[in-house]
Design a protein around this ligand. Structure first.
Ligand code: PEP
Ligand code: MG
Length: 583
């Protein structure tokens, strides 16, 4: 029976192959009590092992240099820094001297201590160093035990790597010619294993709970790196669907490169602004600012969620400024803290709620906790000097909320001006349209804002009264519902008539089958995860406005979601075929 496992998307793409378990083979080590006379020799043995392990890491870094970016290769520099950290090496010798233990035991003890210190740290990237220490220790043990670490292979067959985690040194051991995907039980989107998988272009899903117990070695799996799911023993229909998607993807990768330098303009010359959605400054490291028109949605809450306490104003200024410098004058749309609902903030103790998605979340929290909001807005304004920042408010329900936020922005602007602090005095303020009632009073809202952005992920859940995260009713959660399409049409028409920029930043903006329909409904700005940009640009460049409007008219007249879906598929496929034919 097919089994669907949810994890965290770490590297995009689809892989289909048997999953093979690989275990760290260094868990069992010899334990020996030394005679005092042996201590000097054992410490020297450890020093030699450190030398050997460094050589191996440098060798691996060199071997991967052609395949991964310089930035990502620095993961290995971090490991070398641990190996040569005087405190680490002194602790190793001290463990041997004081405990009269062999080098292997010393490595295990010291590494465990370091790991627990790192894992308790505030900063997520520092916590990630715990995995580096683990990896360095494994490599040292390998050298000390003179054990050849076995190569991860399925003997010439394609395979999906599965293990507790994918550590940087594993990149040396995988048989890459047949490695199709990576699935791990631990790790996060920014763990070093995830970064390497992305850099190597291997689809990966991490943080699949209890993976090794739930899926046996040898089981056929589909790794859907785009959605962060793994399907074990897929049925014939699922397999066929993914095989098709995977073939399309391979062809797409080859051809989409051609689009890089071309503008996102329809054949009849209308430009559609394509922007990126990001979740942290680190996301920016993997996008070139030249290929996007800016950042349409910076979900600032993720930087808050990876920490153990609220970031200070200075920390926030540094984070926002980094994005503004990256954008080189292009727009960066910072959404203010959008926690609560499906995004809990561990250190913000909110009361239990019966309906958290309808509860104390997003802007509602910020307006009740002025300190939080003031600090963020002040940091955004201070970072805005010399760039093009915009402030976007999430989960807006009423026009009054916008007026209250506008007053806060004005007050902070006055304070900063009085203090002579640089900032952008004309910073734009916008509202997310994701609460349906706000869309119905746009005539009142638009005069209060500089732009609006439609959050279709939440808008669809509220319009259809279908929880976006409830797997039982997942098939009911559909942006193809004709009611949703009509709603989007109204929003675009009203914003365009009022001359207010309107964008979509929910997932449908990155669905290339939706592109022509959205343009036809009146949208000229789409913001999406960067991985979807090339496909969406392809569609923009394929359909002229009259064609887009015909598709939109048909969708507006449709009576069911399946009709709208079929319509978008039909045109999406036609657009795709046109592109591949080169016309
Ligand atoms: C949305 O709701 O469409 C949106 C972009 O916000 P999020 O997915 O972060 O709730
Ligand atoms: Mg939302």
């Amino acid at each position: 029976m097919a089994q669907r496992l949810k994890g965290v998307s770490a590297a995009n793409g689809i892989a289909i192959a048997p999953l093979v378990h690989f275990h760290a083979d260094l868990d069992f080590i010899p334990v020996r009590t030394l005679e005092p006379a042996e201590v000097v020799g054992e410490v020297a043995r450890l020093a030699d092992a450190i030398g050997e392990a460094s050589k191996a890491i440098l060798g691996l870094r060199k071997r991967l240099a052609a395949d991964i970016s310089d930035h990502d290769a620095r993961i290995y520099d971090a490991q070398l820094a641990i190996l040569h950290d005087p405190a680490f090496t002194v602790e190793l010798s001290r463990a041997v001297e004081q405990n009269l233990c062999n080098g292997e035991v010393a490595v295990q003890q010291v590494a465990a201590r370091y790991e627990s210190v790192f894992e308790a740290m505030e900063d997520a990237s520092m916590r990630e160093r715990g995995a580096d220490v683990r990896d360095v220790a494994r490599q040292l043990l390998g050298v000390l035990l003179e054990r050849e670490r076995s190569v991860y292979t399925a003997h010439g067959q394609d395979y999906v790597f599965a293990a507790e985690e994918f550590l940087p040194s594993d990149a040396a051991l995988v048989d890459r010619s047949h490695l199709r995907g990576i699935v791990t039980a631990r790790g996060g989107k920014y763990s070093h294993g995830a970064i390497l998988a992305r850099s190597l272009g291997i689809p990966a899903v991490v943080a699949v709970e209890d993976l090794l117990r739930r899926v046996r070695s040898g089981t056929e799996v589909v790794v859907d790196g785009d959605s962060g799911i793994v399907i074990a023993s897929p049925d014939a229909e699922t397999l066929e669907r993914y095989e098709r998607a995977s073939a399309e993807q391979a062809e797409a990768e080859r051809r989409l490169i051609e689009l890089r330098g071309l503008p996102a303009t329809t054949p009849d010359g209308v430009t559609v602004r394509l922007l990126a959605n990001v979740e942290s400054g680190r996301d920016l490291d993997r996008i070139e600012s030249s290929i996007v028109d800016g950042i349409g949605l910076f979900r600032t809450e993720f930087a808050f969620m990876e920490r153990r306490q609220f970031p200070t104003e200075a920390e926030q200024v540094a984070m926002y400024r980094r994005a503004i410098v990256w954008a080189k004058g292009k727009v960066v749309t910072f959404r203010t803290l959008d926690v609560g609902g499906d995004k809990p903030l561990a250190y913000l103790h909110t009361p239990e709620e019966r309906n958290p998605v309808l509860g104390w979340r997003g802007l509602r929290i910020c307006l009740d906790w002025p300190d939080l909001f003031y600090t963020q807005v002040r940091a955004l304004l201070r970072a805005s000097a010399g760039g093009h920042a915009r402030i976007l408010l999430p989960m807006v329900t009423t026009a009054e909320e916008i007026a209250r936020c506008r007053a806060v922005v004005d007050e902070i602007r006055r304070d900063l001006a009085a203090a002579g602090e640089p900032h952008d005095p004309g910073i734009e303020l916008g509202a997310m349209v994701e609460v349906p009632a706000l869309a119905l009073i746009l005539d009142r809202v638009l005069p209060l804002v500089d732009f609006v952005s439609v959050g279709t992920n939440d808008l669809v859940q509220y319009l259809l009264a279908v929880d976006r995260d409830n797997p039982r009713i997942a098939q009911m959660y559909t942006p193809y519902h004709p009611g949703v399409i009509r709603f989007l049409h109204e929003i675009a028409q009203k914003a365009n008539a009022a001359g207010r920029p309107v964008s979509i930043c929910g997932e449908i903006a990155g669905d290339h089958y939706f592109t022509a329909l959205l343009i036809g409904l009146g949208f000229r700005e789409l913001s999406m995860a960067p991985v979807f940009l090339p496909r969406v640009k392809l569609m923009v460049r394929t359909f002229d406005i009259a064609e887009c409007e015909r598709i939109a008219a048909a969708a507006l007249a449709a009576g069911s979601a399946s009709e709208v879906r079929a319509l978008t598929r039909e045109h999406g496929k036609a657009g795709w075929a046109r592109f591949l034919r080169g016309s």
